[in-house]
Design a protein around this ligand. Structure first.
Ligand code: NGQ
Ligand code: ZN
Length: 452
């Protein structure tokens, strides 16, 4: 097994840079104890790769095609109709081509792990594929080709609303009952390895009846797996939840499930101060997807109060209207500045750098959410890292104190030059070995889907 000894001027270490002089070793895909004699200098500034905690891969292929006004006022729900129409013709080969292209873009942007919130399980009208795991396997292959770590979250999706109404025709492809869903998890569980982790997902409170949630969470296969759910993205769903269940979604979930560090609440957008405090105390991760949440007109998360309460958070690119941890973190902060008319909101203490706080929190929360030992340049952690482009004018005269803020706030050209995932260089000098082939396959699929 190859043993690499690498050196950089600075390595990111829990909330800041430390000297990279001693170097860092990589063995069998993981970081090992630092070596006294590094053999290869890889750059000036080396960061841990960022986990992306929320993805619907197929939506990448329609990014930019829902920005034209419809007959009435557009909303999240009209976007969803466009998205459903686009999803109709996607088969497992298409899924593989789209996801491969997307995951390569992710790696190039600095994401080294992705949580795929996967609900497009079946063929048109809900007819299962010969292998009911065909779509899941397409996603697994895509991640392997791109060389990104995958937390595959097959999604349980049963009803079309809080009233328990049946799924409409286009939603039939998402449907499993608890038995079918558990069978899918059991089929996928043995495939897990260092680069593939399985998790559980409930689409939302509106898509999973209470009894089904209880039955699923009580099954053995769910024990120790990460659990993800869409929770409170739109005011409409908060109101529907209040009407149907007598509580707001986050409040209801905290009252009816043992929400703990295994959980990720995606789009915990609409929180009362009491919910904010309660959620923070559970140790669960708030899954924030600022570019999608902006694109869909969702609303803003109470970031300052949540951080002050000790809450954990991570970022996701969700609909993939943008695929960049830089843009997610930038807009996470900018949304708050626009709302509060203050600056440096995520930094809660004097002298703290916003970039440092956000990068570190998103690393920690993202790794927890994905259920993998990543996001630290430390022995035992999977060897994922980003080397910043030290020739970029953007980093001119930037020392330890300013590099991360310049990277996150000033960059308009990519600064991620090289990317290692699981001990293998996937991106070198801005290029990914599979990108030309993947782009060609992707183009063919999208041309067909758009023409359909
Ligand atoms: C999804 N996406 O499942 O793809 C959702 C929209 C829904 C986002 N929430 C559909 N961003 O929530 O019903
Ligand atoms: Zn989502």
């Amino acid at each position: 097994m190859s043993h690499q000894k690498l050196a950089a001027d600075y390595l990111w270490h829990d909330r800041g840079w430390r000297s990279g002089e001693g170097g860092i070793a990589v063995a069998a895909g993981r970081f090992a104890d630092a070596s006294p004699a590094p053999e290869e200098r890889i750059g000036r500034f080396v960061l841990p790769g960022m986990p992306n905690l929320h993805s619907h891969a197929f939506q990448r292929a329609m990014a930019g095609m829902a920005e034209r006004r419809g007959p009435g006022e557009d909303s999240f729900w009209t976007w969803r109709e466009t998205m459903y129409a686009f999803a109709e013709a996607i088969d497992p080969d298409d899924m593989k081509a789209i996801a491969t292209q997307l995951y390569i873009e992710m790696v190039k942007a600095g994401y080294t792990q992705v949580c795929e919130f996967h609900y497009l399980h079946h063929g048109p009208r809900g007819v299962p594929y010969a292998d009911p795991a065909a779509m899941s396997l397409a996603l697994i292959e895509a991640a392997r080709e791109a060389g990104i770590g995958l937390t595959l979250l097959p999604v349980l999706y049963m009803t079309g609303g809080f009233d328990g109404r049946a799924l409409n025709e286009r939603q039939q492809r998402f449907r499993n009952d608890v038995g079918q869903y558990v069978a899918l998890l059991e089929r996928l569980a043995p495939l897990q390895n260092d680069m593939l982790r399985l998790g559980v997902a409930l689409h939302s409170l509106r898509a999973v009846p209470e009894e089904a949630m209880r039955a699923l969470l009580a099954t053995g296969v769910c024990r120790d797996l990460p659990i993800h759910i869409h929770i409170a993205e739109q005011i409409g769903e908060v109101q529907d939840c209040l009407a149907a269940r007598g509580a707001r979604p986050v409040e209801w979930l905290l009252d009816h499930a043992d929400v703990d560090a295994r959980w990720t609440l995606v789009h915990a957008t609409h929180l009362t101060p009491h919910e904010t405090d309660r959620l923070a105390k559970t140790g669960a991760v708030a899954g924030l997807c600022p570019t999608t949440e902006a694109n869909l007109g969702d609303g803003l998360f109470p970031l300052a109060a949540y951080i002050d309460a000790g809450g954990k958070l991570g970022i996701g690119s969700d609909s993939h209207i943008s695929v960049s941890p830089v843009e997610e973190l930038r807009w996470l902060e900018y949304g708050q500045r626009l709302l509060t008319r203050h600056r440096n909101v995520a930094a809660r203490r004097p002298e703290e750098s916003v970039g440092t706080v956000l990068w570190q929190r998103a690393l920690d929360g993202g790794a927890q959410s994905a259920g993998v030992n990543v996001a630290r340049l430390a022995p035992g952690s999977r060897a994922d890292m980003l080397v910043l482009d030290d020739r970029s004018p953007l980093l001119a005269a930037r020392g330890e104190a300013d590099v991360i803020d310049s990277f996150l706030f000033a960059g308009n050209t990519p600064l991620v030059r090289d990317v290692m995932v699981g001990g293998t260089w996937r991106v070198r000098d801005f290029a990914h070995a599979a990108e030309t082939r993947a782009a060609e396959a992707y183009r063919g699929v999208v041309e067909r889907l758009v023409a359909a």
